[in-house]
Design a protein around this ligand. Structure first.
Ligand code: URA
Length: 232
């Protein structure tokens, strides 16, 4: 790869600032000052900037237990960002795989591998996302039977061009549902329950496909093993 690109991938420098750093003779390759941004380098070369060794970071795959009050967004708004909880180099390159609302807790995946992210979120792959849904009011009897059928057949949500894909609903307690979705529309769980006249009081994502939170406490994260990410 070109040296200016190597610098922009391993530091906070943009390509044009990297060229300036080269011009100021701040960069050495295998101990020699190099000024040409087109110089080809790879992982076998020792590249330093102002004496600091630089190393390319590979693709990262992270699972995190999102607490309330943290946002799955690329830019900082009112709330801290989920990726700010992750202590890895260049966290700004990590994107969340789908999103949870600020007040939703639970399993979030982050990666800088766009193709993997697409594999996890594409409805065609039928990767189930399991939610624990706490309702304001109990859902029981005939209303529950009707809801199970409606969710399984698909619901028309306001503003959508297609009905929701078949989803699986069961109750763990009269006010606590388990819902498995195979897609991810905006505020989908809350809108589906609103469509059948129920308010979601609390929402927690327990699993994405074969991955569940396990022992991870709110705010904790870990990198996925090779075997875990290969499951998608
Ligand atoms: N559906 C919602 O309504 N909110 C979430 O955070 C995730 C799914």
């Amino acid at each position: 790869m070109r040296l200016d690109r190597f610098l922009s991938e391993t530091t906070d420098l943009t390509r044009s600032l990297a060229k300036k750093a080269l011009h100021r003779e701040e960069v050495r390759v295998d101990g020699e000052v190099v000024k040409n941004p087109a110089t080809q380098v790879d992982a076998s070369r020792r590249v330093t900037w102002n004496g600091e060794p630089l190393a390319l970071v590979g693709l990262r795959y992270v699972m995190l237990h999102k607490p309330e009050g943290v946002e799955c967004s690329a830019r900082r708004g009112l709330y801290p960002l989920v990726r700010e909880l992750v202590d890895l180099p260049h966290v700004e390159r990590l994107q969340t795989v789908g999103r949870l609302d600020v007040d939703t807790t639970g399993l979030v995946l982050l990666t800088d591998d766009g193709q993997w992210s697409h594999r996890v979120t594409s409805p065609k792959r039928r990767c189930g996302k399991v939610y624990r849904v706490t309702l304001a009011e109990p859902l029981e009897g005939e209303a529950l039977e009707a809801a199970v059928t409606q969710f399984a057949e698909g619901l028309w949500l306001d503003g959508e061009e297609k009905p929701t894909r078949p989803a699986e609903l069961s109750m763990r307690e009269p006010r606590v549902a388990e819902l498995t979705l195979f897609e991810g529309k905006y505020h989908q769980v809350k809108r589906m329950f609103a469509a059948i006249g129920h308010h979601v009081a609390a929402l927690h994502r327990e699993a994405i496909g074969p991955l569940s939170l396990g022992e991870l406490a709110p705010g904790e994260w870990r990198e996925l093993s090779e075997a875990e990410r290969a499951q998608f």
